[in-house]
Ligand binder design. Structure first.
Ligand code: FAD
Length: 558
């Protein structure tokens, strides 16, 4: 129980204190003669601290006027003192509080372990801080953030407990709302079927969703964010601060992430928005320094892309089939013209010889030859007229890697049927060449077809075509190596001549493919040759100038 003395000393009013200080001040200013020194010193302590600066009443006033609820209790938590804020917070008047237990505030739902912890700490003369559920006088509940500190007296014995407490209901509600919102956002982001990642200014992943984590697994440890950023560098504004300020981002930028093999890629449509992320450190509390992060959203479009590719490949295949048909007709008709031209030339020479030697007017052989020549020329004229016109194409910038990819796509069925493995290593940043799309596609198709035919020749067990592209000295080079029988040295130039066919299995081919291929290479100012140093199989080197320089057919001596 509270003693009357205690109650007096702690709850004296500010007015009384002022009055006491006034009287003591006047006494100490001119103490009556003979006042013992001990009395003067004891009275002096009441109006000054030990350093002589602040009188104890200032501390009382400070307690009283503090906006934090303060209470002082005895060792059984019986209240000896409360300040004004305490009354305000709890709704109890001071006279109801003094002498009551602090448990008057308990709403009786705080788990007993919390109180146990509080009292265990106090028993060890340690401060305790925690949150309790309190109730005001009107029964209203509130969350009290409570700090209790033992006040030690002489001999280090605990004499009182000092408690500071404040209502944190609103803060808790806000924190709960933020937490709930975070959980909600995370669940939505996690459940989203698109890849989402928040990257800091150094490109590190701060936050990601399940789809991102799955992609990370699929990429076998390669950070997808790094790969996305590498591809997106062209569309990302370099000045991050400005981008953040302007809130500019990018929308639906298509990116292909190469998987294990370059022939298979996963396609994503990427969008990004810049977000400001505040530095949490104390140093930035007022300056509000911000970090510019990127919220990256990537929607997988591999299926659509494959469908588009399929449509494109089918269209290309149809176009090429049509153009090949035209080429085939031109090839056959040219062959026929060539075949007719030779005997006609001979007949014309014989006629000229006959006419020079004798009178041929009555010579029936001469007449017959003239008839043959005439009808031959008529046939030749008809054949020339029947030649389908060549496709006229414009010169455009072309990426050879794309052309090769198209050709592989078009040839995929044939490659599968012949169990041929294609090992393709395209150079990542291959410069464009200037050329004709269809012509170059036909050229590469011819080379791939030849390589497949070569692998179909007898005694060819290993079936592989390796294609490499690279840029050297202002030229784009493509090297295609097959594991077929190879080309003997004496045929390395002949194979480019018209009507030459060296196939063992397909003997009756017209033999115009490489002739046309050479013509296309020369039209593009490039060069094509068979590597003389290749010991196993055949290695075709094809070089096309990046800036339109011309070159000619190489010989082995080059
Ligand atoms: P009680 O029987 O009072 O106590 C519950 C458990 O606390 C007991 O089982 C016991 O383990 C322990 N305990 C109680 N008294 C002591 C003691 N004297 N010594 C050692 N262990 C003891 N509680 C609030 O709910 N709200 C407050 O705002 C609040 N402020 C406090 C301020 C101070 C300075 C102190 C010292 C305590 C305060 N308490 C407060 C705790 C309060 O005194 C009670 O312990 C608590 O309210 C539980 O009350 P009860 O009646 O349910 O159980």
């Amino acid at each position: 129980m509270l003693s009357p003395n205690n109650r007096m000393s702690i709850s004296s009013t500010a007015h009384n204190r002022d009055r006491v200080e006034e009287v003591l001040g006047a006494f100490l200013a001119s103490p009556p003669a003979g006042t013992p020194d001990e009395v003067i010193e004891a009275f002096g302590r009441l109006v000054r601290t030990e350093g002589g600066v602040l009188p104890p009443s200032v501390f009382m006033e400070a307690f009283e006027q503090s906006p934090v609820a303060i209470s002082i209790t005895d060792l059984n938590a019986n209240i000896l003192y409360t300040n004004h804020a305490f009354e305000h917070l709890t709704g109890y008047p001071k006279d109801e509080l003094i002498g009551s237990s602090q448990s008057i505030l308990s709403y009786k739902v705080t788990p007993p372990e919390v109180y146990q912890e509080l009292w265990t700490n106090l028993a060890q003369q340690k401060s305790w801080n925690g949150v309790l559920i309190n109730k005001r006088k009107n029964g209203e509940r509130y969350l009290a953030d409570l700090t209790v500190t033992p006040v030690l007296g002489t001999g280090n014995n605990t004499r009182y407990y000092l408690a500071l407490h404040r209502d944190v209901t609103e803060v808790h509600e806000l924190e709960s709302k933020v937490r709930n919102q975070k959980v909600l956002i995370e669940s939505v982001v996690d459940a989203a079927p698109v890849v989402i990642a928040l990257l800091d200014s150094d490109g590190r992943v701060l936050l990601d969703n399940q789809a991102y984590k799955k992609l990370l697994g699929d990429m076998r440890g390669k950070e997808p964010a790094d790969m996305f950023m590498k591809h997106l560098s062209e569309v990302i504004e370099m000045d991050r601060k400005r981008a953040c300020k302007k809130r500019t981002g990018f929308v639906n930028h298509e990116v292909a992430l190469a998987l294990k093999h370059n022939l298979t890629s996963r396609w994503f449509s990427c969008s990004g928005v810049w977000v400001n992320e505040s530095y949490p450190g104390a140093d930035f509390y007022f300056s509000g320094s911000e970090n510019c992060g990127l919220l990256l959203v990537a929607n997988e479009i591999t299926a659509q892309k494959k469908q588009q590719d399929q449509i494109k490949t089918n269209a290309l295949r149809a176009l090429m089939a049509e153009q090949q048909l035209v080429h085939g007709m031109r090839e056959t008709l040219s062959g026929a013209i060539f075949q007719c031209q030779a005997p006609l030339n001979t007949a014309s020479a014989v006629v000229a010889m006959m006419e020079r030697r004798d009178d041929v007017r009555s010579n029936p052989a001469h007449t017959a030859l003239l008839d043959i020549i005439k009808s031959g020329e008529t046939v030749l004229g008809s054949l020339q007229e029947a030649l389908p016109p060549e496709t006229v194409e414009a010169d455009v910038p072309i990426n050879i890697n794309e052309v090769i990819k198209d050709v592989i796509d078009i040839s995929i069925q044939r490659l599968l049927e012949h169990s041929v493995v294609v090992d393709w290593e395209p150079e990542a940043d291959l410069p464009n060449v200037i050329g004709k799309h269809y012509a170059l596609r036909s050229l590469f198709k011819q080379l791939v077809d030849n390589a497949i035919d070569a692998l179909d020749e007898p005694d060819c067990s290993h079936r592989e075509i390796a294609i490499v592209t690279r840029s050297i000295d202002g030229q784009v080079e493509m090297i295609m190596r097959d594991t077929g029988p190879g080309i003997p040295e004496d045929r390395r130039l002949t194979i480019f001549e018209p009507f030459f066919s060296g196939w063992q299995k397909q003997k009756f081919r017209p033999g115009m493919g490489l002739t046309i291929a050479l013509e296309i290479v020369l039209q593009h100012g490039g060069e094509i040759f068979i590597d003389p140093h290749c010991k196993a199989g055949c290695e075709v080197h094809l070089r096309l100038p990046v800036a339109g320089q011309t070159a000619s057919l190489r010989t082995d001596d080059d």
